[in-house]
Design a protein around this ligand. Structure first.
Ligand code: PMP
Length: 894
């Protein structure tokens, strides 16, 4: 069904939806794309002025069209925007003339074939809120107010979620009683809020009746309501009645007023949230080519949203009319809009999208006030309890105090959304930009063994295992038990310049399993710290400054470790790094000898397998030969087993299988049993004594937290589990199964986009074939996965890796398998599950991987076809098209 929507030229109420400077120039509007919108407004105003001066009698007219609007259900509609030639004030001053124009516009819409007409803004106010117009109209009309109410309540819900405010415990004021929007909103809010205040401009029987019916206090004085209410929903037609200065700290205001109810053109308080209420985000399938307000950013006022929904439903009905709106209809249109894919979670404040930084400011301002004025008798909820509450909600029992809205209860999705939003706001916005929308960045809230669970109780097989930190599986019961017991025993967590029995025992046990050359231990908290310790010791013990490392290596990101991390994209932004560092190709013994001959190097630091570099396994003689050469030229050999250690490659340390006895070995990751951070540098005794064995040196390199009791407890438990539970045997058996299966897929399916399968133990890489090089340069703008532009640096390589990303996403979203790419080489998928993975889990992964590769094979063809078209100029004009094409042809997995 087609629809029409009536509007009038820019006026005060339209200005309330955009942000103006003091001098009435436009600052921004929904989405911030000012120029296009300004052009649109200027055109309509200029045409009108031109017509007036030319003496042409003003007429209603079509000013914009919405074509090909396809909703999530597949329903399609189209619409026209009709403008009547009167501004808001003129309409209210001369309603009879306005109604003539409204009827003229409706007549035009009827002739065009519209099945429903929405009365936008003031056209829905005159004539008894549409009732008079409806009686005489040949086409059903609606004010759209029901969806506006639904949207306002949804906005309230999402704003409360952002603000961490629980309406069921708060005083909520509804301003604008007994107006149609305010009255229906109050009815829906009454059962679920802590206390309800109704605020009317003057006393009236209608307002009194409502207050009795809802058992809510009726006030005629806005300031006193603002002082009492934490949440305010305001829907008046007078505007500017809410003074920001009077709001409670932390208050949330949903402003549905037309014109806007909150005074001022922007936020003057950073400790309140003022939300433009009643906006809808249209379904993804709506082309954004209309210029109406923020439509090209997907935003519409919900009165237009309601009209669109009625048309999509083929419901030519006078859905919302008059002063008494039914709450059932609000819920009904809300459900319809949800089904068609309209959303209400994108919040706007004074016509501009609410920025993460504004929310951060808000929380900061509110927290600062709380610090200054502590709550008299606050209840304390621990973080663990909070997680528990979240879990309770996931398991079906309601969270104890859900922020609720009448048309919606919080779902587990919201819990995940909130965590993602906080991450975006406070931790790393880019991570969410890369993978948030595509569902690639998950919020995991529970883990056990080889599985992770997201906030929606979806289970994922974990092939990342904390990049090698969870070798024994998540929350291994024996490690959990030991840690719990240790906490009960009240051992000192940290005691400086003293002996810690747990650290001492761990040192003894580590040395017992380490290669024979290693006799002493330094404890720290991470891999990069263990590398720092090793490099410093090497310089001190050797008296040389040079540090030799491999290209493509990864040893950490603190400045010293970064200096020997052979990846320029990590290093360059931070230069100058340590002097005297040289990188040589990995597994190149000639290059190694050439450099060692200079005898300027304190050490050669090397990984037995380059993990971050792309799971690169060197020839078997590489490490033993490197050791021989290091000895020959008096250079210390540091073997970095941060990732390969603790059983990852099938032996306790990769050195064991090769008979290598390094001078220094670094450990971290799984040493902490997947639960505690701990790193260690193991070293020959004579070297330690040379470096630190004197009264002026013994404390030259220390770490406050290194060797803490809980970390040592976890590490001791880890060693015990590895001994008792045949972890290494399982690792080797499952590795054979996994590598065998992958190699079969590789050899049997030649059209699949695989280049190589390699690895050792549970450190496995699958390298995908890149897209053909001439195609890549044309591809960059196409962004099939939506992730490409963010995968920097190395865009060319990222672009080539479409198949890898596609497989990863399909594994995650269709098969529940969580895997990652090697950061330094996005063509390589890392497969490094916990070493405790069982045969069935390996088989289920192999099945999933096989089917993903099938699809990825097809996808490469599709991508290449699209790209070859782009050479003919198609892509340049329509950059969005390929994303839709590809996702549609791949079962919507995108
Ligand atoms: N060395 C190697 C071989 C690593 O794989 C890593 C981490 N991926 C590090 C050092 C750095 O460890 P961390 O992230 O704990 O600092």
């Amino acid at each position: 069904m087609k629809f029409a929507f009536l509007v009038h030229p820019l006026s005060d109420e339209a200005k309330a939806l955009v942000q103006m400077n003091e001098d009435n120039t436009l600052v921004g509007h929904w989405g911030g794309d000012i120029l296009e919108f300004c052009t649109f407004l200027h055109q309509t105003m200029a045409e009108r002025r031109h017509a007036q001066t030319a003496g042409v009698k003003p007429q209603a007219r079509v000013i914009d069209v919405f074509a090909n609007l396809r909703s999530d259900t597949g329903a399609v509609t189209e619409g026209r925007l009709y403008e009547i030639p009167m501004g808001a004030v003129e309409i209210l001053d001369d309603p009879a003339r306005a109604i003539d124009y409204i009827e003229q516009a409706i007549q035009m819409a009827a002739e065009w074939g519209a099945g429903v007409v929405g009365l936008g803004s003031m056209t829905g106010v005159v004539g008894g809120q549409g009732t008079f117009v409806a009686e005489r109209s040949p086409v059903p009309v609606t004010t759209g107010n029901s969806l506006t109410i639904h949207a306002a309540l949804q906005n309230l819900y999402y704003a409360c979620l952002e603000a961490n405010v629980d309406p069921s415990k708060e005083t909520v004021a509804v301003v604008g009683i007994p107006g149609s929007i305010a009255a229906a909103a109050a009815k829906l809010l009454a059962p679920i809020v802590g206390e309800l205040l109704l605020v009317a401009r003057r006393d009236s029987p209608k307002a009194r009746k409502l207050s009795e019916e809802l058992d809510a206090e009726l006030l005629f004085d806005i300031p006193s309501a603002l002082r009492r209410a934490k949440i305010v929903l305001s829907a008046t037609s007078t505007g500017s009645c809410i003074d920001q200065a009077l709001l409670q700290p932390g208050a949330v205001v949903i402003d549905v007023g037309v014109p806007a109810d909150v005074q001022g053109s922007g936020a003057i308080r950073d400790d309140v949230l003022i939300i433009s209420g009643g906006l809808s985000l249209v379904p993804d399938g709506f082309p954004r080519d209309s210029m109406f307000l923020g439509f090209h950013h997907g935003m519409v006022p919900s009165c237009l949203g309601e009209t669109m929904n009625l048309a999509l439903e083929n419901r030519g009905e006078c859905f919302s009319l008059g002063r008494d709106l039914s709450t059932e209809k609000v819920m009904q249109i809300g459900a319809i809009a949800d089904r068609h894919g309209f959303r209400f979670d994108r919040l706007y404040s004074f016509g501009l999208a609410l920025e993460p930084s504004q929310l951060a400011q808000y929380h900061k301002a509110v927290s600062r006030r709380k610090l200054l004025v502590p709550a008299a008798h606050g209840t304390h909820e621990s973080d663990a309890q909070r997680l528990g509450n979240g879990r309770a909600a996931l398991n079906g029992s309601p969270a104890p105090s859900p922020p609720a809205s009448p048309t919606r209860i919080p779902t587990s999705e919201d819990i995940g959304d909130r965590a993602a939003k906080l991450h975006e706001r406070y931790i790393n916005p880019v991570l969410l930009a890369i993978g948030g929308k595509s569902g690639f960045v998950k919020t995991f809230i529970r883990a056990e063994g080889c599985h992770l669970w997201d906030h929606d109780e979806n289970r994922y097989l974990d092939l990342v295992a904390g990049f090698g930190s969870v070798n024994l599986g998540h929350n291994h019961p024996r490690i959990v038990e030991e840690l719990t017991q240790a906490m009960r025993l009240q051992a000192p967590g940290f005691a400086q310049s003293a002996v810690n029995p747990l650290a001492a025992r761990l040192a003894e046990e580590l040395i017992a399993v380490a290669p024979p050359s290693l006799e002493m231990v330094f404890f720290c908290n991470s891999g990069t710290e263990s590398v720092e310790a090793a490099l410093k010791l090497a310089r001190l013990a050797s008296g040389r400054s040079g540090l030799l490392h491999c290209q493509g290596s990864y040893h950490g990101k603190s400045l010293g470790a970064l200096s020997v991390t052979g990846n320029p994209s990590y290093q360059k932004p931070f230069g100058p790094l340590l002097p005297d560092c040289t990188g040589i190709p990995y597994a190149d013994l000639e290059a190694l000898e050439r450099e060692l001959q200079t005898r300027k190097y304190a050490c050669f630091i090397v990984e037995p397998i380059q993990g971050e570099g792309g799971m690169i396994v060197p020839p078997r003689d590489y490490l033993p030969e490197a050791q021989r050469l290091c000895r020959k030229y008096d250079t210390l050999l540091i073997v970095d087993e941060v990732q390969t250690g603790m059983g990852r490659t099938g032996t306790m340390f990769a050195c064991d299988a090769l008979g290598v006895e390094p001078d220094v070995m670094t450990l971290a990751k799984s040493l902490g049993g997947g639960l505690m951070p701990i790193g260690a540098m193991l070293v020959r005794r004579d070297l330690w004594l040379k470096a630190y064995g004197s009264i002026d040196r013994f404390a030259l390199h220390t770490s406050t937290f290194g060797g803490g009791s809980l970390a040592c407890t976890a590490a001791l438990a880890t060693l015990r589990v590895m001994r008792d539970e045949q972890v290494l045997q399982n690792c080797r058996a499952r590795s054979e199964q996994l590598l065998g299966g992958l190699r079969r897929i590789f050899t049997e399916q030649s059209p699949y986009p695989l280049k190589e399968v390699r690895g050792q133990g549970m450190m496995i890489g699958v390298e995908f074939a890149p897209l053909k090089p001439p195609i890549v340069s044309n591809y960059k703008g196409a962004d099939v996965t939506g992730m490409m532009k963010y995968v920097v640096p190395n865009l060319d390589k990222a672009v080539q890796s479409v198949s890898t990303l596609y497989v990863l996403q399909t594994l995650l979203q269709v098969h529940g398998v969580y895997a990652q790419v090697a950061r330094s080489n996005p063509l390589v998928m890392r497969i490094q599950p916990p070493l405790t993975i069982d045969a069935e889990q390996v088989d289920s992964f192999l099945g999933a991987f096989r089917s993903c590769c099938d699809e990825a094979g097809d996808m490469s063809d599709i991508v290449e076809a699209i790209i070859s078209k782009s050479t003919m100029g198609i892509m340049e004009s329509k950059p969005a098209a390929p994303a839709a094409t590809v996702s549609a042809s791949s079962n919507g997995v995108h």
